[in-house]
Design a protein around this ligand. Structure first.
Ligand code: PEP
Length: 252
């Protein structure tokens, strides 16, 4: 059975003490995670270890990095490698977020290289895809997502594909307050699962968790998470407020 996941992408937000307070508040709420459910915090790099330390003894809670470099090591000032993340116990890494594509020019080919590097270090990539507003308005959203999937994940082996997490995040919904409707999300998630099946077979396609991201909040999470192919959410703004994040976790 595939995992249900709620992942909080903090982006470049929160001071150190706020970050710790947020994690403590979530953990002290005594939230009971349903079986087969994971909660992932993706803090900025400098907080990974301290958040990780707080999570010890809380099964089902994990940390993710928000990015990694595609090389193993070397003269890449300011960058962080997957093996460095692995060495401090990071289990997941978000790759190909639309903000990295938009502000840092990240391409599908780079996402593929980063994901392979992460996998080689034993880190599960949370690979993001999603169409822009113009593309959605032109009705070509499946074409764009198909191209992203092909170019970033198409060369994976079935074993590599089996440990991926995919996040469908329509760019027009990220941080805008506008979310995809449940039917829009379900349609795209089913399309992504169909792509996984055509590439890697039915067993793998049924095992990969596909998360929805884009203005997911307590008011819309229950409807979105009730869709058969939506296995949880990648949450930006609402993950910065413990009460909202908890309500989203409880939406399952
Ligand atoms: C995100 O950046 O991954 C995201 C989904 O942001 P928000 O929830 O704020 O739209």
């Amino acid at each position: 059975m595939r995992k249900k996941i709620v992942a909080g992408n903090w982006k470049m937000n929160l001071g150190f003490s706020q970050a710790n307070a947020l994690v403590h508040e979530v953990l002290h709420s005594q939230v009971v995670l349903p079986e087969n459910t994971l909660v992932i915090f993706a803090p900025p790099f400098p907080y990974l270890q301290s958040v990780q330390a707080v999570l010890i003894g809380h099964p089902g809670f994990h940390i993710a990095a928000q990015n990694c470099h595609e090389q193993e090591s070397g003269a890449y000032t300011g960058e962080v490698s997957a093996s460095m993340l692995q060495s401090i116990g990071v289990g997941y890494v978000i790759l190909g977020h639309s903000e990295r594509r938009q502000y840092f020019g990240e391409t599908n080919a780079q996402v593929a290289r980063k994901a392979r590097r992460a996998l080689a270090s034993g880190i599960r990539p949370i690979c993001c895809c999603g169409e822009t507003l113009e593309i959605r308005q032109a009705g070509r959203q499946q074409d764009q997502v198909h191209q992203q999937l092909e170019e970033s994940l198409g060369e994976f082996t079935p074993d590599q594909a089996a440990v991926l997490v995919i996040a469908y995040e329509p760019v027009w919904a990220i941080g805008t307050g506008l979310n995809a409707s449940a039917p829009q999300a379900q349609e795209m998630h089913a399309f992504i699962r169909q792509w996984l099946q055509s590439r890697f077979g039915r067993e793998i396609s049924e095992g990969v968790s596909i998360l929805y991201g884009g203005s997911c909040k307590p008011s819309n999470a229950p409807e979105l998470f009730a869709c058969p192919d939506v296995d949880g959410g990648l949450i930006g703004g609402a993950s910065l407020v413990a009460g909202d994040f908890l309500k989203i976790i409880r939406s399952f």
